[in-house]
Design a protein around this ligand. Structure first.
Ligand SMILES: *Cc1c(COP(=O)(O)O)cnc(C)c1O
Length: 218
């Protein structure tokens, strides 16, 4: 009951702010996801391909599955038939691979460009300058089976909310800077997790990815 109340409150808060809530269900059992489904949640996020495929097979078809973790190119084909958004578009080769596999199954996949915003050294994500270099010579018309919906980023893991706020504000400015390369459907800023979603929304987030608050600690 406790978790349902937490879910209802967060879900209502997101609706009032016009923010999409991605319930991050990684490591959590099917039954817990099924419960949240009965409470009305339809968008779930996972960060591992195998787990995502298994859960997709076991749960209702109208769930929108979001891949939020780093994706290896040889695993793209396993999720492309059903995934509704990939948040971790972090390299040119991966983006081309998603386009290719999406074409093979005649789908168009929504993706986000994952950018580095944290102070700590992070393995995945674009530097803004490399991303601009990639976008300049690559007309988006070449990528016929993906739709680039926006950006995603993770702030530094710190309790210093001044730092976190400034990183989210940076991601928001990157979104503005990249807008000219895309059309009006480039409307998504995926930022904010359990510890920082309120700050993220204040800084312009349109999509939060929340796990432990909703499902309990992992
Ligand atoms: C696990 C994870 C989340 C959710 O983290 P919580 O702190 O549990 O809310 C969000 N985004 C990504 C990319 C994750 O891997």
């Amino acid at each position: 009951m406790e978790l349902k109340k937490t879910y209802d409150d967060l879900s209502d808060f997101c609706k009032s702010k016009n923010v999409c809530l991605v319930a991050v269900s990684k490591t959590k059992p099917i039954e817990q996801i099924a419960d949240m489904y009965t409470w009305g949640q339809r968008v779930f996020g996972e960060n591992r391909v195998l787990e995502l495929v298994e859960k997709h097979n076991a749960l209702p078809d109208d769930i929108e599955w979001h891949m939020i973790g780093h994706l290896q190119r040889n695993k793209v084909k396993d999720i492309v038939p059903f995934v509704s958004m990939i948040h971790s578009g972090d390299s040119a080769r991966l983006i081309h691979q998603i386009n290719k596999e999406a074409k093979a199954v005649d789908r168009c996949i929504d993706i986000l460009l994952q950018l580095k915003i944290a102070k700590e050294e992070s393995k995945y994500g674009w530097d803004i300058e490399s991303l601009v270099e990639f976008l300049e010579p690559t007309p988006s018309s070449e990528l016929t089976h993906i739709r680039v919906r926006g950006v995603m980023g993770m702030a530094t893991f710190t309790s210093d909310m001044v730092q976190v706020r400034s990183e989210f504000s940076t991601l928001k400015s990157y979104h503005t800077r990249l807008q000219p390369y895309f059309d009006a459907s480039f409307d998504t800023i995926s930022m904010g997790m359990t510890g920082d979603y309120e700050v993220a929304i204040e800084e312009g987030s349109t999509m939060i990815r929340v796990g432990s608050l909703l499902f309990g600690a992992r």
